[in-house]
Ligand binder design. Structure first.
Ligand code: CA
Length: 247
């Protein structure tokens, strides 16, 4: 579904807001493809004193959110093209930190976990009341945009220390605790040559029995999980010195 460069904006808030000098309307982006649902939400938000723009796809949402500083984004999960979770992940990857409220029709716990892991701030299950939608949005806007730069990124490798999760591109990689600690050590110093001693010191507990080749063994495990299956070689051996992640 190609429609040129710009997004298809289904509804746009009026730019001129008759308001006092100390009042700024909350500007919300609604991302929902079901026209009826979308317009009902929009009318509700406008009635609640908010300005609301409306788009029908995740791609258009990315475009709009990149161009406008929204106070909050209401994001439906089921969308044509990329879904709401992926839209949210991409927003965060592009360092757009506006609070995101996910709308989901399914009351699945996995949905909520997916949404919040992808950088969403809250979720609401359809059908919902407007009073609740407005209350949740106001709470999110009060809290403001929260940066989440805690996720480490080296090329297309991402590591979330808080959640102990790792991805190469969109593929999640399952690591043991030790492998995770080792990778985190590498990712905190991308491009640096780290000696076996440095890696041991950061990724292993002090009481760990110091076997001379333990680092080499774990680097091999790590390569088998983060590099080989993807046909890349990001951990390089630097002869006589140690290892390096990235260039
Ligand atoms: Ca939908």
């Amino acid at each position: 579904m190609s429609h040129g460069k710009g997004p298809i904006v289904i509804g746009l808030s009026s730019g001129t807001h008759e308001a006092g000098a100390d009042f700024r309307a909350m500007r919300v982006l609604i991302v929902e493809d079901e026209v009826k649902m979308a317009s009902v939400i929009r009318r509700g938000l406008v009635a609640g004193g908010m300005a609301a723009d409306l788009v029908g796809t995740g791609e258009d949402a990315l475009w709009m959110a990149g161009a406008t500083d929204y106070d909050a984004i209401v994001l439906d999960v089921m969308l044509p093209g990329i879904d709401g979770f992926e839209t949210c992940r991409r927003l965060r990857r592009e360092k757009i930190w506006a609070p995101v409220l996910i709308l989901t029709a399914r009351d699945g716990i996995q949905d909520r976990v997916n949404g919040l892991d992808g950088g969403a701030d809250d979720y609401l299950i359809k059908p919902f009341s407007f009073a609740e939608l407005l209350a949740r949005l106001r709470a999110l806007v009060r809290r403001g945009a929260v940066e989440r730069p805690s996720v480490l990124e080296v090329a297309d490798l991402r590591l979330d220390p808080a959640r102990q999760r790792v991805w190469r591109g969109d593929t999640e990689i399952d690591l043991s605790q030790k492998e995770f600690a080792l990778l985190e050590t590498f990712m905190r110093r991308p491009g640096e040559v780290l000696s076996r001693y440095q890696l041991l010191e950061h990724a292993w507990d002090y009481e760990y029995e110091n076997r001379s080749n333990i680092v080499d063994v774990y680097v091999r495990y790590l390569r088998d999980k983060i590099d080989r299956p993807f046909g890349v070689e990001t951990i390089t051996t630097v002869r006589g010195s140690g290892y390096r992640l990235g260039d």
